[in-house]
Design a protein around this ligand. Structure first.
Ligand code: SAH
Length: 356
C-alpha cells in the first residue's frame, strides 16, 4: 500500500499547491495549517472548511501524528521527558524544561546520531534515520497540547539539542524552523530558537545565508584540533579554525552572538592551559562560552570534572575577558539531561525500535 503524503510535512507553499490542485482558493492553506499546528488529528475537525473539501483532503493526505508513549517527571518538577512513538515504530525523546521565564522544549532532529562524540549517549547506536520536518513539528505540537490541557504555558523557547545533529539533517531542519515560525500556527520567534551543532562548518555558512536569525550554539569542547578530534570524531572533517571562521561569518551575517558549548571532562579538557587556549581561540567577535559539566553516561568511559576544577576553569576564562555561563542541569534523575537521551534503553537491545 502506498502511504498517503503527510500534510504535517508540508510548507505553506506546498499546502497552497495541494489546495489549488483540489480547486480551492489559496487562502484555505492557512486555515489548514492553523488546524494542523494546533494539533487536530483528522481533517474532519477542520470545521471552517467545506465538507466535500475535507473529504478530498482525507482521501489524498494523512496527518502523521506521533504518539506519546511515556512521560517522566523529574523529582524537582523542573523537567518532563517525553518518549514518542513514530509511525515506523522508532522512538524519539524530547524534554520540557521549566524555567521561571517560561517553558523550553529540547527536541530531537534525528533518530540516533552518527557524529560519534565520545561522551554522548545519543550516538551509541549510530544513526537510524533523519526526522522529517513534520516529526519535529509534532514534538512541539504534542507537548503544547498537553501543556495547554494542564493549564500551563505553551512552549516559549526551542532548543535543537536533543538527539541528532541538526545540520546533518539540514533541509528538514531548516524547513521545520520556518514552519514553527508561521504566524497562523505556533508563531515561534526565530530569536527564541537555538540550534546546536557539533561544527559542520559548510552547513553553518549555509545556515547564515538563509537569513533566519536563530541563535547558533557551537559544540566546541576542546580548544585545539588534536584534543577535539579525540573527543569528537566528526571534528576530523572540519578543522577547528574553519568552525571558528564559520561562527564569525554567522555572527556577521545575522548579528546573533554565538554560544560556544564546552563540556568539562575530568583530566581531559579541563586544565588551565585549555582555558587559556580557548580564550585565545574565540576572541575577536561577540560570543560567550556555556560551560557544561559533563553528565556521566553508563557504558561510556569518562568522568565529570570535580566542582573545584569547574569553578577554576570558569574563573580562568573570565579573567581573560570571556563571557561565561554555566548550564543549569535539569532532569538528571529522569535521564533527560544533556547527552542522556537514548532510546535503546527501552528494549535494552542494540536496536532502537520499540517492541511491546
Ligand atoms: N549534535 C548537536 C546537538 C545535540 S547535543 C551538538 O553536538 O551540538 C546538545 C549538547 O549536549 C551539545 O553541546 C553536546 O555536546 C551536549 N552533550 C552531549 N552529551 C553530553 C553529556 N554526556 N554531558 C553533557 N553534555 C552533553
Amino acid at each position: 500500500m502506498i502511504e498517503k503524503p503527510d500534510m504535517l510535512d508540508f510548507s505553506l507553499e506546498e499546502v497552497e499547491q495541494a489546495v489549488q490542485r483540489l480547486g480551492q482558493p489559496g487562502y484555505r492553506a492557512k486555515q489548514i495549517l492553523k488546524w494542523l499546528h494546533k494539533g487536530v488529528s483528522h481533517f474532519d475537525e477542520m470545521t471552517d472548511l467545506p465538507q466535500a473539501f475535507r473529504q478530498s483532503l482525507n482521501e489524498q493526505f494523512q496527518i502523521g501524528r506521533i504518539q506519546i508513549l511515556e512521560r517522566h517527571h523529574s523529582n524537582t518538577g523542573d523537567a518532563i521527558k517525553y518518549l514518542f512513538l513514530l509511525s515506523d515504530h522508532n522512538i524519539i525523546e524530547c524534554v520540557v524544561m521549566r524555567y521561571k521565564y517560561g517553558n523550553t522544549l529540547c527536541l530531537s532532529t534525528q533518530v540516533g546520531c552518527r557524529m560519534g562524540c565520545r561522551f554522548c549517549a545519543s550516538t551509541i547506536n549510530g544513526l537510524v534515520r533523519n526526522l522529517s520536518a513534520g516529526e519535529m513539528m509534532s514534538q512541539v505540537i504534542e507537548v503544547n497540547r498537553e501543556l495547554e490541557e494542564n493549564g500551563e504555558r505553551r512552549i516559549g523557547n526551542l532548543v535543537l539539542m536533543g538527539t541528532g545533529e541538526p545540520l546533518d539533517n539540514y533541509s528538514n531542519t531548516v524547513k521545520f524552523i520556518k514552519m514553527v515560525h508561521y504566524p497562523m500556527g505556533i508563531n515561534m520567534s526565530y530569536r527564541n530558537i537555538t540550534l546546536s551543532t557539533c561544527g559542520l562548518a559548510p552547513r553553518m555558512i549555509e545556515l547564515a545565508d538563509e537569513g533566519l536569525p536563530v541563535t547558533l550554539s557551537v559544540s566546541l569542547h576542546a580548544p585545539n584540533d588534536k584534543l577535539r578530534r579525540f573527543i569528537m570524531p566528526a571534528a576530523s572533517v572540519y578543522p577547528i579554525i574553519d568552525v571558528i571562521e564559520a561562527s564569525r561569518y554567522y555572527y556577521e551575517k545575522t548579528g546573533r552572538r554565538i554560544t560556544f558549548e564546552y563540556i568539562l571532562i575530568k583530566d581531559l579538557n579541563d586544565r588551565k592551559e585549555h582555558a587559556e587556549e580557548l580564550a585565545e581561540l574565540i576572541k575577536g567577535f561577540p560570543s560567550h562560552v556555556n560551560i557544561i559539566p559533563a553528565n556521566e553516561v553508563s557504558g561510556l568511559d569518562f568522568r565529570r570534572s570535580p566542582e573545584r576544577t569547574i569553578q577554576r576553569f570558569i574563573r580562568e576564562l573570565e579573567s581573560r575577558g570571556v563571557v561565561v555561563t554555566r548550564r543549569r542541569e535539569l532532569g538528571l534523575d529522569i535521564e533527560g539531561a544533556c547527552g542522556q537521551l537514548r532510546r535503546s534503553r527501552l528494549t535494552g537491545r542494540r536496536n532502537q525500535r520499540y517492541e511491546r
